[in-house]
Design a protein around this ligand. Structure first.
Ligand code: NAP
Length: 262
């Protein structure tokens, strides 16, 4: 299927690794030009080089910046001639007990996982509507649908974004102009972030990291973790010209781990 993305410009935030990188790779394969962002310059430049090698016909620009800062967002937006596709992503908040989180911890989580995507949406969707095409994909978490106890900061901040987006996506001034906003909810995907949480869980339980990872794989109906390119493939389809009627949805990719019928 031709996704119709040739020549479009995508801003993919937090994309030097993991799920963001998977999305950038899928978009580049489909012929979209991309601006990729992350804080660490070396990993970002290596990812940008990999993207250029994947499809030499597209333009790839790398912006090393903290996307949760106003300056970082301005730099990322300035590097993108026009944002046809916006993939919102940032690092997830740390796990812990809510008794230990002060106001600063909550503000940091809200900044990264709620307010930053909203700022970027605000900066881009009206231009998308004027041009008659726009796709916003927010990478949130399966924790929005089934909260994870130790990830209370994530449960809270991402649910705030989800509620906001549910209203915005349905504004006719956007939806009737072929601008869609959807959330992708990852379950366990094999990324640095997942490994870091397993290292933490192993240290806490006194077991090996491999043992913890095997146990987590065994808990999933597929008996494995998701791969970032599987995540990217869905992202590319949601961004495609064929997905204009898919709007305001929360799409869970978790191998069937969520036990509900819907
Ligand atoms: P990852 O492999 O650790 O990659 C995170 C990427 O984001 C890196 O490129 C990182 O680069 C960049 N990044 C982090 N903070 C940033 C910031 N403030 N500004 C710009 N770039 C930033 O993580 P992942 O697994 O892909 O996770 C992506 C998101 O999905 C996270 O919010 C995570 O909580 C969520 N999620 C993941 C899973 C999973 O199983 N993997 C499940 C549910 C939810 P730098 O560090 O160099 O900036």
């Amino acid at each position: 299927m031709d996704l119709g993305l040739q020549g479009k410009w995508a801003l993919v935030c937090a994309a030097s690794k993991g799920l963001g990188r998977g999305c950038a790779e899928a978009l580049v394969r489909e012929g979209a030009n991309v601006v990729v962002n992350a804080r660490g310059r070396d990993a970002l430049e290596a990812t940008a080089a990999g993207l250029r090698a994947l499809n030499p016909a597209v333009e790839v620009r790398a912006v090393a910046a903290d996307i949760t800062s106003a300056d970082g967002r301005a730099a990322a937006l300035a590097a993108c001639p026009q944002v046809d596709i916006l993939v919102n992503n940032a690092g997830g908040p740390p796990p812990g007990d809510f008794r230990d989180w002060d106001r600063a911890a909550w503000i940091a989580a809200l900044d990264a996982n709620m307010l930053t995507p909203i700022e970027l949406i605000k900066a881009t969707v009206d231009g998308m509507a004027e041009r008659g095409f726009g796709r916003v994909v927010n990478i949130t978490s399966g924790a929005v649908k089934a909260p994870i106890d130790v990830l209370g900061l994530s449960n809270g901040a991402r649910s705030g974004l989800t509620g906001f987006v549910a209203g915005l996506a349905r504004q006719p001034r956007l939806a009737s102009r072929n601008v869609t906003i959807n959330n992708l909810l990852p379950g366990p995907f094999d990324t640095d972030r997942l490994r870091a949480t397993m290292v933490g869980a192993a240290a806490k339980s006194g077991r090996s990291v491999d043992a913890v990872m095997d146990e987590r794989r065994a808990q999933n109906p597929t008996r494995r973790f998701g791969a970032p390119d599987e995540f990217g493939a869905l992202c590319a389809f949601v961004c495609s010209v064929h997905a204009g009627y898919l709007n305001g949805q929360n799409l869970l990719l978790d191998g069937g781990a969520f036990p509900g019928t819907f």
